[in-house]
Design a protein around this ligand. Structure first.
Ligand code: ADP
Ligand code: NG1
Length: 481
């Protein structure tokens, strides 16, 4: 079988396990790194055996990510700059003719779930863990018109802190997509997998932009990636020597699907697009993203920032004002512009602030890549400055930070980071800091002392909350030798 020119399903011997679906033909990932040592695989295999009294047929694994810069702009059509992290979602799987999907988890917080292959439905009112899995199943089923699906048994084991901005949910969806592909003996290219999983994660109710699923599939060890959309593509970004990226979790959890913060921002960007388009005389009805507006107008990002200054006012827009500008009824506004979980959540929209953040952040991503590519002697401080500007914009214009994240960023900067910012959706979760190699030890000591030690809950979570990270490999499927 082949897709996008790749010869799929050839066998590779990697470590003690075999790499069976050649999604990564050029650079097969180091499976030992992906699953962080054999013991985890062994424990999962045992858990699978205890649960189902048989051994797994294959394993699938999809990494989380840290976004270095480019926050809340993927769903506006703009490029972002993430890298995969070592932490991932790993699943052990067997297939059968039972016409059921059995899901279990090594973490007792996530309860067992069973459903018929004919009833793969997602309840977005109740975003339980297995619905994320079913998003991946449904996405691949639809993409490949699979009917009937094969029955399967699966145990999931995750090492990504949940609701912390490191994309545990997308890693789960991507892992489930891979499981479904392999269990049904299909082959799909990495790009199609990424696009399918980005689309199907929206069944849970959040209107994400595709960064997380793209990096989970397209990541390669040793390099961050510039991810561009429409068409989806990933370009290597070599990070400068001399600095290390450190992730620190604020220990504040924010579940995207269980709140409306995220979708409100998506809606505000959509309204800003339409208002700016209308004022510039465009047919605004089909325009959804600030990036599409820029393409239509053929202007630079700098000019788009000028347009925002000229057209939008800093005071929040009421529903009435938006309806008046666009010449639409309140009903049209509700049904065609707002999303399901933003209908009653918000009465005013900060169009000026959100659009300014998006266009300036899009420019920062391009600058970050340019600095990495040209690698001047000043690369590290310059990249740090871009990260600091990004955090300030997330905090002040996009309002997706929180007091704990701001405190943690301040502590990281005082501890010696050249740049520090929230990463991922925000309102809690992690920061990423760029730290010169020679300051690493004192940086870690200071952050520990100042953010984690004074608070018993944070101190208890320290081990999995503060860690250095290097660009990891992408999702894969493998079996035992
Ligand atoms: P994130 O920023 O990590 O993607 P979300 O709030 O979007 O955070 O998603 C977190 C949800 O993903 C969890 O509530 C849970 O339902 C699911 N999830 C994350 N990790 C696991 C795991 N190891 N096993 C099962 N489900 C998980
Ligand atoms: P996380 O950090 O995984 O919640 C979310 C979106 C991304 C992106 C970032 C903000 C999903 C699945 N992910 O990521 O697409 O918009 O926020 O940059 O919705």
């Amino acid at each position: 079988m082949s897709a996008d020119g790749l010869q799929l399903r050839r066998l590779f011997n990697v470590c003690t396990v075999q790499y069976i679906s050649v999604l990564m033909e050029k650079n097969p990932p180091n499976i030992k790194v992906l699953i962080s040592a054999d013991q985890r695989l062994q424990r999962l295999k045992e858990a699978f055996h205890v649960k189902y009294e048989e051994f797994p047929l294959f394993y699938a694994c999809a990494p989380g990510r840290v976004n270095l810069i480019g926050e809340h702009i993927d769903y506006c059509g703009y490029a972002v700059l993430p890298m995969a992290i070592e932490q991932n979602i790993l699943a052990a799987v067997s297939v059968n003719n039972s016409q059921t999907i059995h899901l279990a988890n090594t973490d007792p917080r996530y309860k067992d779930f069973t459903t018929s292959i004919n009833e793969v439905t997602i309840d977005r009112e109740n975003p339980q863990w297995y619905y994320y899995f079913l998003c991946g199943v449904k996405g691949i089923q639809e993409q490949l018109s699979l009917s009937p699906l094969t029955g399967l048994r699966c145990v999931v084991d995750g090492s990504i802190p949940a609701s912390s901005g490191l994309s545990s949910s997308s890693a789960l969806v991507c892992c489930a997509g891979l499981v479904t592909m392999e269990a049904n003996q299909q082959s799909v290219s990495k790009v199609t997998l990424a696009e399918t999983c980005a689309r199907c994660e929206r069944y849970i109710g959040t209107e994400g932009g595709g960064m997380d699923q793209s990096i989970s599939f397209l990541a390669e060890e040793g390099t961050a990636k510039l991810i561009e959309f429409n068409p989806l593509r990933a370009t290597d970004v070599k990070l400068p020597d001399g600095a290390v990226f450190v992730i620190a979790n604020s220990c504040v959890e924010m579940n995207k699907a269980a709140s409306s913060h995220f979708n409100i921002r998506v809606v505000e960007c959509r309204i800003a697009t339409k208002v700016l388009g209308k004022v510039r005389g465009l047919d605004w009805t089909g325009l959804q993203k600030l990036g599409e507006l820029q393409t239509e107008l053929g202007l630079s990002l700098e000019k788009m920032l000028g347009l925002v200054e000229e057209v939008l006012h800093p005071e929040p827009y009421s529903r009435d004002e938006v309806c008046k500008i666009l010449g639409i009824t309140a009903e049209y506004f509700s049904t065609s512009i707002l999303s399901a979980n933003t209908q009653h959540e918000v009465s005013h929209f900060k169009l000026y602030q959100r659009a300014r953040h998006v266009y300036a952040e899009a420019a920062r991503v391009l600058r970050f890549k340019a600095v990495c590519d040209s690698a001047p002697a000043t690369a590290v401080p310059e990249l740090g400055q871009l990260m600091n500007q990004s955090h300030a914009s997330c905090r002040d214009l996009y309002e997706c930070s929180c007091p704990e994240l701001d405190q943690l960023v301040d502590i990281c900067l005082q501890a010696g980071a050249v740049g520090s910012r929230l990463t991922g959706a925000g309102w809690g979760g992690c920061t990423v800091s760029m730290v010169p190699v020679e300051r690493m030890d004192s940086f870690l000591r200071t952050v520990k002392e100042q953010y984690y030690k004074p608070d018993a809950r944070r101190a208890a979570l320290l081990k999995q909350s503060l860690f250095t990270t290097r660009p990891g490999g992408g999702a894969t499927i493998f079996t035992e030798e």
